[in-house]
Design a protein around this ligand. Structure first.
Ligand code: URA
Ligand code: CA
Length: 436
């Protein structure tokens, strides 16, 4: 085979066979197919798409490009969750402890944040002492003992995705449904869970900016999961504003602790999306028959403090100082807290999540390149939600600052994220669809 023929085939709208996809991806991982040919083929996929057989074949080949995790030594149904990436999206730190408190088993590998979206590993590391790069045996021990563990994705897991994603990032080939679906699902499948709940984000802060696109991505991933014998459900949830009020690593852990301590009311988007994700995780785990039953269990885990206890147990097992459970403010001690006002009054018609994520990144909460260092305490806290009224001099957010270098730029981005209207806007749904 020649890579150029496979590029031409896809460019002309042809259908790739599994041996062709395997030859290309394996060759790329071995360094026999150069970056430029892989990039050209992926660009052709962006324009021509792939049918379900091709997407399934690509996922399978990527999944088997490195070592795979075998979780079968752990008891029960192992359930994983994955978000396609959002701002203020702290659900893992809420749902994994809640599901474990209800008897579920969550053995999860997570990634780091890049660009305007946060990563669970960076959030966990904002707790002093936490080490997420643990040996696999320790990961198994922790899951056996407390029912949950989140660790860093092991080095050898899905090398094809690592290399393809790095190339996509710099060649304008990220936003393709088959490429995103195979990237996400190859990692989830290789990480070994029996059941997977996906949170597909839709809106200004997400890869998928429209509902039909988000639904198509969700359906593609659910089909791949089902085809590979894993119980898979996808929610399509809103990312037209940050999910939680906090954006930043320690700030988001503080918000997760506050939610698990019962300090965030139902009706709040972070609360509702977390409960729905956890609910589907329990259903797929066979630990409840219907949503009414899962709700009752989850509410009990929340009000009894059992969920918060599980989070504390996991942080302790990872070497963390768990005083933050009692004193979450200790995670976000900064030199300056700076309010942001809009200077105009009105109803908040829109609050673009991407700008808010970039503002937090500029303050030091995220990375622009893989080498950047994160300041765990900095970021911002939003005070308003879409649909609320704001007065001209009323703060819409507070910046948590240690390095003053980018404060003006960050504040300007936060202000630019808002669109005001004089009439109350229609309220936005938090959940658009559930696909199973
Ligand atoms: N997240 C992933 O893991 N891969 C993608 O392609 C997009 C989002
Ligand atoms: Ca994420």
């Amino acid at each position: 085979m020649r890579a150029v023929d496979l590029i031409l085939k896809k460019k002309n709208g042809g259908v790739m066979s599994k041996p062709e996809i395997e030859w290309l991806v394996d060759g790329f991982v071995k360094g026999e197919v150069p970056d430029y040919q892989m990039a050209a083929w992926m660009m052709a996929v962006c324009f021509q798409g792939m049918n379900p057989q091709e997407t399934g074949a690509l996922t399978d080949v990527m999944m088997r490009s490195g070592g795979m995790v075998d979780l079968s030594a752990l008891p029960g149904v192992k359930v994983d969750k994955h978000s396609t990436g959002g701002v203020g999206d702290t659900t893992t730190l809420i749902v994994a402890p809640l599901v474990a408190a209800c008897g579920g088993t969550v053995a999860k590998m997570s990634g780091r944040g890049l660009g305007h979206t946060g990563g669970t590993l960076d959030k966990l590391e904002s707790v002093p002492g936490v080490n997420v790069e643990i040996p696999m045996e320790r990961f198994f021990e922790i899951v056996k003992e407390i029912g949950l563990c989140v660790m860093g994705q092991t080095e050898g897991l899905v090398p094809a995705d690592k290399r393809m994603y790095a190339l996509r990032d710099v060649t304008g080939t990220v936003s393709s449904i088959p490429l995103i679906a195979s990237s996400v699902m190859s990692k989830k499948l290789a990480a070994g869970a029996d059941a997977i709940v996906l949170d597909v984000k839709m809106g200004t802060g997400a890869f998928m900016q429209t509902l039909p696109e988000a639904q198509a991505l969700a359906r593609t991933m659910v089909e791949i999961g089902a085809h590979m014998g894993r119980r898979t459900v996808a929610l399509v949830t809103d990312m037209n504003q940050p999910l939680g009020m906090a954006v930043g690593n320690g700030l988001e852990v503080r918000e997760a602790i506050e939610l698990l301590a019962g300090k965030i009311p139902s009706g709040d988007p972070l609360y509702e999306v977390s409960m729905l994700l956890a609910s589907h995780m329990l259903l797929l785990s066979g630990l409840a028959k219907n949503e009414a039953e899962t709700r009752a269990k989850l509410t009990q885990a929340l009000t009894s403090g059992a969920g918060l206890q599980k989070l504390g147990a996991m942080l302790r097992a990872l070497g963390g100082d768990v005083r933050c459970i009692e004193d979450p403010d200790s995670l976000c001690i900064v030199e300056k807290k700076i309010p942001v006002v809009l200077g105009a009054a009105g109803y908040i018609a829109a609050m673009r999540a991407e700008e808010i994520g970039v503002a937090a990144q500029l303050l030091g909460a995220g990375r622009a390149t893989k080498e950047d260092r994160i300041d765990p305490a900095v970021g911002l806290v939003m005070h308003k939600r879409q649909g609320m009224h704001v007065a001209a001099d009323e703060p819409v957010a507070t910046l948590y600052v240690n390095d003053p270098a980018h404060v003006e730029e960050a504040a300007a981005l936060v202000r630019a994220a808002f669109t005001l209207s004089q009439e109350p806007p229609a309220s936005m749904p938090m959940v658009y669809d559930v696909i199973s």
